[in-house]
Design a protein around this ligand. Structure first.
Ligand code: TRP
Length: 438
C-alpha cells in the first residue's frame, strides 16, 4: 500500500484546515443568521460557542486523527473499546460528508453562476435582479450543470493528493481570500451605512435571544468549524507528531471566526447604506447584495471580487468534505486514491442531483433543506457529542497529557471543559432537537 500522505508543514496544515473551515457557512450563512437574529447578541453567543464547544471539539478531532493516523472509521477503531462499537461514529461521519457535499456543491454552483453574471454586471430593474435567483433556483439544468462543474473541480483537486492537491490549492486560495476580504471590508466601511452596521453588529440586544436562537448559534458554529463529522479527524490524520494541536486549533478557530466577523462587517454597511433590511435570510447574498451592487459606484468590480471570494471559500471547504470520504475508501478498502475519488465523486454528484432539482420535494421540503436539516440539526451535534465523550472519557489520559499538558493550568481547565462542560452543552442541543423544542 502507498504510504499515507502528509502535510508539507505547519503552515500548510493550518491553511488547509482553515480553508476547510472557512466556507459558505462564514460568508453566506453566518451573516444572514446574524441579520435575522438580532445582530450583536447572536455574535456574542457565537463567540461563546466557539470557545466552549468549537475549540475543545476541534482539539479532540485533530487529536483523534493525529494519534491514529487514520480516516474517521479507522480512527475510532484505534481507540479500542470492547463494549462500544465506536467506529459507527466514523461511518456516520462519512455518510454525513456525502450528504453535505451533495448539496454544498449545488449552493457553490449558485456562486459560480453569480460570478459569471457579475462579469457582465447586474443591471435591470430591482425585480429583474431579484428574479435572477428565482429563475436560477427553478432551473434544474443550470443547477445540474454548475453542480457538475463544481464536483469536477473538487474531484480534480482531491485526486492529486493531500500535499499536491489540498495543500497547494489552500496555499493559493486562502491568502487571496484574505486580501479580497480585507479590500472589500475597507471599501464597505467607507459607505454611509457603516456606522449603523457596526452598531447593529456590535451593540447587543439580548431580548432577541431565545432557545431557538441558541440552537441556531450552536448549529452554525459547528458548521463553520467543520466539526462533528470527522473532517478535522481526517485533516489531523495527515499531521506529523511534532505539530501542536492546541496551538493549531486556536489558530484555525481564530481564522474562521475572524472571517465570519469580517464577512458581517463587509456585508452590512452596504445593506444599511441603501436602506435595506438586514433580515433578508438565505437570499441575502443572492438577492439583496446583487441589487445593491447594481446601484453602488464601482459595484461591478466589487461584485466580481465578492463572488470570487465566495467561490474560493466554498471550494476549499468542498474539498475537505470529499477528503473525508476518500480517505475512508482508501484506508478501509485499499482503493487507489484516484479511483476512490472518481467513484465517490460520482456517487456524491448523483445524490446532489436531488438537491439541484428544486421541484423535487418531500412534502413542503426540498432535498437541499432535508439534507441540510438532517446533518446540521441532528447528525453533526450527535457526532460531536459522541466524539467529545470518546475524547473525554475513553482516550487514555497519558496520551492526552503528553499532547496537551505543557501548560498545567490550561490542562486543568481543558480537562473540565472536555469531560463535562462541552458534552453537557452538546447534550442540551441534541435533546432539544430530538424533543423538537428548537
Ligand atoms: N465549514 C464549511 C463552511 O463553513 C463547510 C464544511 C466543510 C463542513 N467541511 C465540513 C461542515 C465538514 C461540516 C462538516 O462552509
Amino acid at each position: 500500500m502507498a504510504t499515507r500522505g502528509h502535510w508539507g508543514g505547519r503552515v500548510g496544515f493550518i491553511l488547509a484546515a482553515a480553508g476547510g473551515a472557512v466556507g459558505l457557512g462564514n460568508i453566506w450563512k453566518f451573516p444572514y443568521e446574524v441579520g435575522q437574529n438580532g445582530g450583536a447578541a447572536f455574535i456574542i453567543l457565537y463567540l461563546i460557542c466557539i470557545l466552549m464547544v468549537g475549540f475543545p471539539l476541534m482539539c479532540a478531532e485533530i487529536f483523534i486523527g493525529k494519534m491514529s493516523q487514520k480516516n474517521p472509521v479507522g480512527a475510532f477503531r484505534f481507540f479500542k473499546n470492547e463494549k462500544l462499537p465506536l467506529p459507527i461514529i466514523g461511518y456516520v461521519g462519512v455518510f454525513v460528508g456525502i450528504l453535505i457535499l451533495s448539496y454544498y456543491s449545488v449552493i457553490t454552483g449558485w456562486t459560480f453562476h453569480y460570478f459569471i453574471r457579475s462579469l457582465s454586471g447586474f443591471s435591470g430593474s430591482d425585480s429583474e435582479i431579484r428574479n435572477i435567483f428565482n429563475e436560477l433556483y427553478a432551473s434544474p439544468w443550470i443547477n445540474i450543470l454548475f453542480h457538475t462543474v463544481v464536483m469536477t473541480i473538487v474531484v480534480a483537486i482531491i485526486s492529486r493528493g493531500v500535499q499536491k492537491g489540498i495543500e497547494t490549492v489552500s496555499k493559493i486560495l486562502m491568502p487571496l481570500l484574505g486580501i479580497i476580504l480585507l479590500i472589500l471590508t475597507i471599501y464597505s466601511l467607507t459607505t454611509t451605512g457603516a456606522d449603523k452596521a457596526l452598531e447593529f453588529l456590535f451593540s447587543p440586544d439580548f431580548s432577541k435571544i431565545n432557545s431557538t436562537t441558541l440552537l441556531k448559534v450552536m448549529g452554525t458554529s459547528f458548521f463553520t468549524l467543520s466539526l462533528g463529522m470527522g473532517a478535522m479527524i481526517t485533516y489531523g490524520s495527515y499531521l506529523s507528531k511534532d505539530i501542536s494541536i492546541a496551538k493549531s486549533s486556536i489558530q484555525i478557530a481564530l481564522i474562521d471566526t475572524f472571517v465570519a466577523l469580517m464577512a458581517g462587517v463587509m456585508i452590512f454597511p452596504i445593506v444599511f447604506s441603501y436602506g435595506c433590511e438586514p433580515t433578508a435570510g438565505p437570499s441575502l447574498i443572492f438577492q439583496t447584495l446583487p441589487l445593491l451592487f447594481s446601484k453602488m459606484p464601482g459595484g461591478q468590480l466589487v461584485s466580481i471580487a465578492f463572488f470570487a471570494l465566495v467561490i474560493f471559500a466554498a471550494v476549499t471547504s468542498a474539498i475537505s468534505l470529499l477528503e473525508v470520504v476518500v480517505s475512508f475508501a482508501v484506508d478501509e478498502y485499499g482503493l487507489g486514491r484516484k479511483k476512490a475519488t472518481v467513484i465517490f465523486g460520482l456517487i456524491i454528484w448523483a445524490v446532489g442531483i436531488l438537491s439541484a432539482i428544486s421541484s423535487l420535494k418531500i412534502g413542503e421540503k426540498t432535498f437541499l433543506d432535508i439534507f441540510d436539516g438532517l446533518t446540521t440539526h441532528y447528525l453533526m451535534p450527535i457526532g460531536g457529542l459522541l466524539t467529545m465523550l470518546v475524547f473525554g472519557w475513553i482516550v487514555d489520559e497519558k496520551m492526552k497529557k503528553e499532547e496537551f499538558a505543557s501548560h498545567p493550568m490550561f490542562y486543568k481547565m481543558f480537562t473540565i471543559v472536555t469531560k463535562v462542560i462541552t458534552p453537557v452543552l452538546l447534550l442540551f442541543v441534541v435533546l432539544n432537537e430530538a424533543l423538537g423544542i428548537g
